[in-house]
Write a protein that binds this ligand. Structure first.
Ligand SMILES: [Zn+2]
Ligand SMILES: [Zn+2]
Length: 146
């Protein structure tokens, strides 16, 4: 996403844009979006600096780190950037946008805060129903006391 500095009036510039995730080169980071990314930008010009408030809204597909089920994760970020103009005619915030999305990606995604995960013995998704096995902690305790 590019912002042309000469198009920023003294009162500031407001822009809304829809960005296709595939244009952001996020595949390497294995980030999957379920819809385009909505961006809204407010840019103001100062002495040799452009201040940008960027709002990012979309939804990601994530896989739960406990039960491995796919779920939808809403992405909503609001960031402020201050970028030097120097002798540039335009500023490109694509890198900032990509970085922000990667940073907001949860390291241990959970489908719900109290996700029960999978049974260590049979692989049953315990959110969907119990199996006949106890928890893996009890099993290892019995073995260690023998
Ligand atoms: Zn889960
Ligand atoms: Zn089981």
């Amino acid at each position: 996403m590019k912002i042309y500095i000469e198009q920023i009036p003294d009162s500031g510039l407001e822009l809304s844009e829809t960005c296709q995730p595939e244009n952001l080169d996020l595949n390497k980071a294995d980030i999957r979006f379920s819809e385009p990314i909505n961006l809204s930008v407010r840019a103001t010009k100062g002495d040799n600096i452009v201040s940008i408030n960027l709002k990012i809204d979309s939804t990601m597909h994530l896989n739960c780190s406990r039960c491995l089920e796919e779920f939808i994760y809403p992405l909503s970020r609001n960031i402020d950037l201050n970028l030097l103009i120097e002798d540039k005619k335009e500023i490109d915030i694509t890198d900032n946008l990509r970085e922000e999305i990667i940073l907001s990606y949860p390291l241990k995604p959970l489908c719900q805060a109290d996700c029960l995960g999978l049974c260590a013995t049979c692989g049953q998704n315990l959110n969907k129903g119990r199996c006949n096995h106890g928890t893996s902690k009890k099993t290892s305790f019995k073995i260690s006391t023998r």
